[in-house]
Design a protein around this ligand. Structure first.
Ligand code: NAD
Ligand code: TYD
Length: 332
């Protein structure tokens, strides 16, 4: 396999991707570039540490990025500030990592004519009405609601422009909400699971009617591997499992899998500008690249995830109090 450069490879999806890519291509070369923000953790890569090169650095560092891109064949760009609630509290780092970081990477990819796969999110398309059947497609209009999704949308626009203007060989994918091992405890499922494991009550925002589509992180990463192998340059691909659940229903399912009464949670003030519903039509990647999710039973996937958090308190324990202190500041 080619030499892969993975930005953000010490984060949740990136670290799972690194393990998956090495399993798929045992002889592959792989370099991770990660700034090790609060969300990056070298422990996420401990099992594969001797098979990769790890570079501690920022994707905005043009000299560093230039050398790493020159040495690689394919760049997979996960590095980003990723949490909506934090973006509402302090947007600045999102501008820098998500927008400027993507710009710096694009310039290096352009100079050295390297293949790029850019990781985006279905959140760039904004909010669907709660009561309709409409789903996002690759043709949906960009309409981001939060500083997080606005900066991801801006990064996507740069990628699309660099493809058109400079012929950069890039593909782009928008996945739905991911779940699985090594997800930061700030996100919905790990926050609720670790709250229960710590004897705290889960926290549901607002009415809890908001709908998200839940894709297992390994299914997301398999889709990315398919796009890198056979995706058409310049194309965009939606990645989604079709498992659309309201936050309330998902929390009730999670509580029952944890063996707790399903209504043992607190309702807290809603997130400002909270997108009502995300849902994707991922026909294109299924037809063109033969991808389909393997984790089709969400209850099974969540049970496995709960099991992972039960067994790995050493991993999430040290982050938990600081995360909840930050939520206390936000009021959620
Ligand atoms: P994460 O916050 O867990 O990890 C992000 C990683 O990027 C961390 O290791 C962090 O240290 C690193 N990073 C941040 N800024 C950096 C910088 N300036 N330079 C170098 N490294 C930097 O995020 P995640 O959930 O793994 O998301 C990864 C990507 O997938 C993001 O681009 C995100 O927008 C996208 N995405 C996430 C989801 C989801 O459900 N989590 C869904 C769709 C798309
Ligand atoms: P999150 O994991 O932050 O992902 P995103 O905002 O990118 O979709 O949140 C998923 C959903 O869960 C979102 O609708 C907000 C809601 N939520 C809660 O109800 N309680 C919580 O404690 C958190 C973190 C999120």
């Amino acid at each position: 396999m080619a030499h892969l450069l993975v930005t953000g490879g010490a984060g949740f999806i990136g670290a799972n991707f690194v393990r998956r890519a090495l399993a798929a291509y045992p002889d592959g070369r792989l370099t991770v570039l990660d700034a090790l923000t609060y969300a990056g953790n070298r422990a996420n890569l401990a099992e594969v540490a001797d098979r990769i090169r790890f570079v501690h650095g920022n994707v905005c560092d043009a000299d560093l990025v230039d050398g790493l891109v020159r040495d690689a064949d394919v760049v997979v760009h996960f590095a980003a500030e990723s949490h909506v609630d934090y973006s509402l509290q302090d947007p600045r780092p999102f501008l820098s990592s998500n927008v400027e970081g993507t710009f710096v990477l694009l310039e290096a990819v352009r100079r050295h004519d390297r293949r790029l796969h850019h990781i985006s999110t279905d959140e760039v398309f904004g909010s669907l009405p709660l009561d309709g059947a409409e789903r996002f497609t690759e043709e949906s209009r960009y309409d981001p609601s939060s500083p997080y999704s606005a900066t991801k949308a801006a990064a996507d626009m740069l990628v699309r422009a660099w493809v058109r203007a400079y012929g950069v060989r890039a593909t782009l994918s928008y996945c739905t909400n991911n779940y699985g091992p090594y997800q930061n405890v700030e996100k919905f499922l790990p926050r609720q699971i670790t709250n229960v494991l710590r004897g705290r009550r889960p926290r549901l925002y607002g009415t809890g009617e908001n709908v998200r589509e839940w894709t297992h992180v390994d299914d997301h990463n398999d889709a990315i591997l398919r796009i890198i192998a056979d995706g058409r340059v310049g194309e965009t691909y939606l990645i989604g499992s079709d498992a659309q659940w309201s936050n309330r229903a998902l929390l009730e399912l999670t509580m029952s899998l944890l063996g707790r009464p399903v209504d043992e949670f607190d309702v807290v003030p809603d997130r400002p500008g909270h997108d009502l519903r995300y849902a994707t039509d991922s026909t294109k990647i299924r037809r063109e690249l033969g991808w389909r999710p393997r984790h089709t039973d969400l209850a099974d996937g969540i049970a496995d995830t709960i099991d992972w958090y039960r067994r790995n308190e050493w991993w999430w324990g040290p982050q938990k109090d600081a995360t909840e202190a930050r939520y206390a500041d936000i009021g959620r």
